[in-house]
Write a protein that binds this ligand. Sequence first.
Ligand code: S3P
Length: 188
Amino acid sequence: MSAGSIHERVHMKKNIVLIGFMGVGKGSTARKLAEMTGMYAVDCDDLIESLANMRIRKIFEVHGEEWFRKLERRTAKWLEDSVKETIISTGGGFYKVANLRKIGKIVYLHAEFDAIYERLTASDNAARKIEKRPLLKDIDKARRLHTERVPLYRRVADVEIDVMGSSQGEIAEQICRALMIKKKRADT
Ligand code: S3P
């Protein structure tokens, strides 16, 4: 086998499902992990937006949250049936789908609410990041949602990673270690 052949990459056989609160960095962690492992990454909210041909914010506005949750459940079924060896970043409420554990290994990315909110508001496109998340508009409600969800995320997770103070690279490294995934060779 030649050096750098795709067959030398040791992938995770199962999918890796990243769960956690809005703005914790599931999408960027998924992409870092993809770069590190040679696996592909997909994002549930992107899949839903393409399915509905509508932005998440618009889906909430026009059809309401329950309709969005239905699309999450439909997407979860499709992921279970059709996607393998992939890193899947999810929306903050996706952890509720009944078949979550059948989709893959579940990694919960944890951060305290204030840290998440500070990071979001300090970013260049803060207004857009908040605007696109209907459940983040009311900060008190969002804080309550975070408090309510943390134990629920923990209940479904196989692995928990505290992301506070770590770079995307460090977080991705920790996930590789926890799930015993070998990183791809530098030249592949
Ligand atoms: C939601 C989180 C959002 C998106 C939707 C609902 C939630 O995704 O799915 O606005 O219920 O927490 P992010 O976690 O990527 O922001």
